[in-house]
Design a binder for this molecule. Structure first.
Ligand SMILES: Nc1ncnc2c1ncn2[C@@H]1O[C@H](COP(=O)(O)OP(=O)(O)OP(=O)(O)O)[C@@H](O)[C@H]1O
Length: 885
């Protein structure tokens, strides 16, 4: 008696339904999960009791499929001429493949996207009940109980019904609690620090464990990525899901694929053509070899001696086109052109953007983060390339392979490949998750090891002072051992994964070949089909590796892209207004009108400052540290915009002129000048790129640095070291002064410009300044009051306010005044000159001309004490080694 399920034998349409059963349920579930992930549908938790019930029904269904497969298998062994009904067998095998992970995930996950399960249960019930009813109607009533597959179908149909009812109850029951969405985490990993979860109840994008790229800095990278991940999670939440989130990256598309750049577009076309042709040729080349084999076989059998030249020619042609010597070469070049173009455009975009951002950004951001964002701007390109040219073709390949091997042999072969693919990816995912903590530990240990070396080599003197050589040696040896142990731990897990994957492919290959051979020996298929399969095998299986690890690369690239997006979304707080005009400087008159300013709105730093500097005047700011003097200069330079009032230069509000013209008009000698690691000449020329060597030397003479420079072995071509580390503090400052002299601006700002300069050198510099300030509006910040005694206006700044103003003489006459107090402090014990005498001295100086007007150096005995600031430096001006650092 034939006990095959009548549904498939009687109705060809039912055979098709059998084949479609498992793929429909499986793909529906995957699609529904992907969809709800994209729209960030909330996962929900299911009460344990109900979950157990549902899992029990799922196991019943699974067992029923396994039972049916075993039945067919045992019968085909027991009865020689029995052949199991292929559609039914495939339906059972496919369903086992689908229901096993489904049941496992339901069992192991605390919270689920129930719609995806419910839909799968509906489909399952629909298929099962149809199969069962068709069988019931087609099998005579008396035979039904003896027909094993029918009985199993009956059990499955009922289990599916109960499963559906149970699932429906869950669906309509009020949600018990919204919990963390594990599946949502799994794409990007589980949170390790809770940084992303702090702000958001969901954990979207709380990437950590699976996001690390293969670079060896995974652990520190994780730390650095924390903020970016939190931002990513926030944006995901705001955008309502992955679709919206990914749309945010669309702003980069014109940079990655610029429509106006025909070269890039042509290269993109080449890549797409290559991608499609590769898909076709991946199939045609092994197929052609199969055809040749069949023809050779025929020639051998008939002893015809005919060579299939045409087919051989085609095979060679296909192989050539598909090789790197053919389309691959062009694809490689096109890839390079696209990547380089994207790299150039996006990196420049990020670089320009960063340099255009305001000071508040640069003072608040970790520079390492910013540099990373600029450097890794190209990761966006690799992300798109990976999705477009690696992953999408693989999926296409897998579908084609399924169809083609079914055509070559039968659906069993397709099942073997599908099973192998699914198992391969699962193993890859499982072992990656397993080895990730070990990998992080290994990287962490490596980092400790190398930082130990750095630390001790840099602090060699400390090690020597305390005679800790043996101690350090032992510490380093321990670190090495720790690194090696961590490496073993990581290696065993990850190698275990590779071994399991290789075992799977080997067994899968052997199984597929045996199945193929069995059909050849029975004459069902020609030998050529097996040759095609063997040749095709590599094409089918090699992308599996890419697929099983690609999610890590994707999430890591997404983090880099997110970092870049955040950077580019940061707008400069100081920006040119629409239609801003260039600043036109006539006399250089500067006016502060009721200026207020705060860095943080909780604390006002500058409070209602009013001041007016006529063109050509010298204005000095003095006062205690932290009073707001430098801030005022920053406001004048428009590093920040005032938060109240206005600043005018020759009647033009700074906010209405372009920043570029403003910065051209102002020269600044900062407190702590920083140079590029280039030659002295290049550093000075930076102030005026078209300056001649003679101009540079003149400026250096005026800044009293020319002779020092000539004293260096390489003179003006001497390299200054990173940030000017090879120069002494005094030399550095004089070079900064030379730069401003070379720039020759209308307005000059000197922030503690002479603080690091020896008194003898200072005399020369003061002269240079006097020259510079002639006809220019000059703002000076000084703690050494002697240096600004002849300023036209001295402003005493305290807690953001101007508490005193006037010239040196007027301020000294003010009894109980702050300026007088400061002056007395600075002069105490060194020059017991009463104010009146100082005045008379000044008067004499005035009579004697300008010669030493600014040179009343009263600070010879202890700067810190004199100013009370402790900020000034007294470097040996002749030194050439970086004493400042
Ligand atoms: N970027 C910033 N963000 C927040 N606060 C800042 C910033 N820069 C300066 N401040 C604060 O503003 C106040 C004024 O600082 P500022 O540098 O203008 O003082 P100063 O009078 O020039 O001091 P010094 O004489 O020591 O250079 C200080 O309290 C300082 O802490």
């Amino acid at each position: 008696m034939d006990q095959s399920p009548p549904s498939s034998t009687l109705y060809p349409a039912m055979a098709l339904m059998d084949y479609m059963h498992a793929p429909t349920v499986g793909f529906y579930y995957l699609g529904a999960c992907a969809f709800s992930l994209c729209i960030l549908q909330k996962a929900r938790s299911i009460p344990d009791k109900r979950r157990r019930g549902i899992v029990a029904f799922m196991f019943a269904i699974l067992l029923a499929y396994i039972g049916e497969v075993l039945y067919y298998f045992s019968r085909s062994i027991a009865e020689q001429d029995y052949e199991p009904p292929k559609p039914a067998a495939i339906r059972c095998l496919g369903s086992i493949l689908v229901w096993s992970p489904l049941a496992y995930s339901l069992w192991s996950s605390k919270s689920l996207r129930w719609h995806a399960y419910f839909g799968a249960f509906v489909l399952q019930f629909a298929f099962e009940i149809t199969t069962f009813l068709v069988s019931a109607f087609s099998i005579p009533a008396n035979d039904r109980q003896k027909n094993v597959p029918f009985v199993i179908e009956f059990i499955r149909a009922f289990a599916s019904l109960f499963l559906l009812l149970d699932a429906f109850v869950v669906l309509v029951t009020k949600q018990v609690e919204t919990s963390t969405d594990e599946e949502r985490q799994s794409l990007l990993g589980k949170p390790t620090d809770g940084s992303a979860t702090q702000n958001f109840n969901g954990t979207y994008g709380a990437i950590s464990q699976d996001t690390s790229s293969d670079d060896e800095e995974a652990a520190p990278k994780d730390d650095r990525d924390k903020d970016v991940k939190a931002q990513q999670a926030k944006r995901l939440e705001e955008e309502g899901g992955w679709l919206g989130y990914l749309k945010g990256f669309a702003v980069f598309l014109p940079y990655l694929f610029p429509k106006d750049d025909w070269k890039v577009m042509a290269c993109l076309g080449i890549r797409l053509v290559h991608m499609l042709s590769e898909r076709v040729l991946n199939l045609l080349t092994p197929r052609q070899l199969g055809i040749i084999t069949n023809k050779l076989q025929h020639s051998y059998e008939t002893k015809s001696g005919v060579m299939p030249w045409k087919d051989i020619g085609l095979w060679v042609l296909f192989s050539y086109i598909n090789s790197y010597a053919g389309l691959g070469f062009m694809d490689g070049i096109a890839d390079l052109v696209i990547s380089n173009s994207a790299y150039r455009r996006i990196t420049l975009l990020a670089y320009k953007h960063v340099l255009g951002l305001s000071m508040d950004f640069h003072t608040s951001k970790d520079s390492g983060e910013v540099l990373k964002a600029v450097e890794q701007a190209s990761s966006l390109n690799s992300l798109i390339e990976m999705v477009l040219f690696d992953i999408s073709p693989i999926l296409l390949d897998l579908f084609t392979a399924m169809y083609y091997v079914t055509h070559l042999f039968d659906a069993y072969m397709a099942f073997i490949i599908l099973f192998m693919g699914a198992a391969y990816i699962t193993i890859g995912w499982y072992f990656t998750t397993l080895s990730q903590p070990k990998r992080r530990d290994y990287v962490e240990k490596q980092r400790t090891e190398s930082s130990t070396v750095n630390e001790t080599v840099h602090n060699w003197q400390t090690v020597a002072y305390f005679n800790r050589l043996v101690f350090e040696h032992k510490r380093y040896a321990e670190n090495i051992i720790n690194t090696i142990s961590a490496q073993y731990a990581y290696y065993f897990r990850s190698a275990g994964g590779h071994a399991a994957q290789d075992l799977l492919t080997t067994v899968g290959f052997a199984g597929a070949c045996v199945l193929g051979m069995s059909q050849i020996v029975t004459g069902q298929k020609p030998v050529g089909n097996l040759v095609t399969l063997i040749m095709y095998w590599h094409t089918m299986t090699s992308p599996l590796y890419v697929l099983s690890y690609s999610y890590r690369h994707i999430s890591s690239s997404l983090i880099d892209a997110e970092r870049l997006l955040q950077l580019l979304n940061t707008k400069p707080t100081v920006a040119d207004q629409d239609g801003a005009k260039d600043l036109v400087v006539h006399t250089g008159e500067v006016e502060f009108k009721d200026v207020d300013f705060h860095y943080d709105e909780r604390k006002l730093i500058i409070k209602g400052v009013n001041l007016k500097a006529e063109g050509g005047q010298t204005i000095a700011f003095v006062g205690e540290t932290g009073g707001g003097k430098s801030t005022m200069l920053k406001l004048l330079y428009r590093f920040y915009d005032v938060t109240g009032g206005s600043i005018l230069i020759d009647g033009q509000d700074l906010r209405s002129v372009t920043q570029s013209s403003l910065r051209d008009a102002i020269g600044l000698v900062p407190q702590d000048p920083i140079l590029f690691n280039q030659t002295i000449r290049q550093n000075i020329r930076y102030a005026r790129l078209e300056a001649t060597d003679a101009d540079i030397e003149d400026a250096c003479r005026a800044a009293a640095i020319h002779d020092d420079i000539l004293g260096f072995p390489d003179g003006y071509n001497a390299k200054v070291g990173e940030r000017g580390v090879r120069l002494s503090g005094g030399q550095l400052q004089r070079i900064a002064i030379a730069r401003v002299l070379l720039k020759n601006p209308k307005i000059v700002m000197l922030d503690e410009a002479t603080s690091a300069i020896d008194s003898s050198i200072e005399a020369l510099i003061q002269q240079a300044f006097r020259k510079l300030s002639q006809g220019r509006t000059t703002f000076v910040i000084a703690h050494r009051l002697s240096t600004i005694a002849d300023a036209d206006l001295i402003l005493v700044v305290e807690k953001g306010e101007i508490i005193e103003r006037g010239c040196h003489r007027e301020l000294l006459l003010r009894e109980g005044g702050k300026y007088k107090e400061l002056w007395t402090k600075q002069t105490a014990g060194h020059l017991a000159t009463p104010a009146s005498e100082v005045d008379s001295t000044k008067g004499e100086q005035g009579a004697a001309g300008e010669e030493s007007k600014l040179l009343v150096d009263l600070t010879t005995a202890g700067e810190g004490e004199a100013t009370g600031t402790g900020t000034e430096r007294r470097d040996d001006d002749q030194g050439t080694v970086g004493k400042r650092r």
